[in-house]
Design a protein around this ligand. Sequence first.
Ligand code: ATP
Ligand code: MG
Length: 292
Amino acid sequence: MSSGQFDEGIPMPDERKVGWTVSQSQRLRELNATLEVQDRRFPSGKKRNEAFLELERFYVRQSRDRLLKLRDERRRPKLCTLEDTLIKALTNAGFVQVVTPVIISKSFLDRMSIHPADKLSRQVFWLGDKKCLRPMLAPNLYYLLGELSRIWEKPIRIFEAGPCFRKDTAGRRHVNEFTMLNLVELGLPKEEGRKRLEELVTLIMKASGIKDYAYASHKSEIYGTTIDIVSEMELASGVVGPHTLDSRWGITEPWVGVGFGLERILMVREKYRNIQRAGRALVYLDGERLNI
Ligand code: ATP
Ligand code: MG
């Protein structure tokens, strides 16, 4: 029986307590109500509706206050400040920031062994036959490592933070455009790869303000296996080289690399119920819904 069938004001026995209506539930999700609030049940429709109005007022006021602060305290969106914080942390750790093209050639994807039948290939936004919006940073970083190997002595430490694009089915954890931070260190003793990867992950997680996370092995179409960093959801995937793809990019020494999704980090840190709130949006500004 749907909650809408209960008469307002009539107390219900416990087992028939009423939950939110569909539209109330949707509004509470929009306002990022906690799961506890979203699961609340009430003895009557009247009580539920009163509670809804009070909660809506509370969340709307909270969002308005935050948006006012954004303006009055000259704050920047959390996605930008997170990116800045991580850039500083990596620069302090001896990594060099690089800025590479968002539009890449098909040959770069081919060199990554991304085949037309692969899931990732079907997620690519093509610009004509030969170019696409980058779905990942790895090919550009691979290319640069090959070039820099001739110029800098090892270890070579570089990273990029910037937009990536995938036709991922929209859901709570996927958006079509997201911000990847990919770091890579080339030229370390092979046996130290995993340890070094964990040191670098610790650095990023600490700077991000994420305390609870775990490592998990994951099958990957491109890399065979990745070491994923998980905190409620996958936040990053790491690889300990050397890898069979390396020779195509002129890479001959062991390396480690890891790519973090900044919107996912923000989602976990800020307890956002969906990733859209953390990313590039018109419906939200810095995580706050604008239809308030
Ligand atoms: P998932 O399996 O969760 O779709 P993935 O393994 O395909 O992720 P990777 O290729 O490992 O993703 O990319 C590195 C990181 O980039 C991910 O761990 C995630 O944090 C982020 N990421 C990837 N795709 C998306 C997306 N569509 N929206 C938001 N973040 C994403
Ligand atoms: Mg992954």
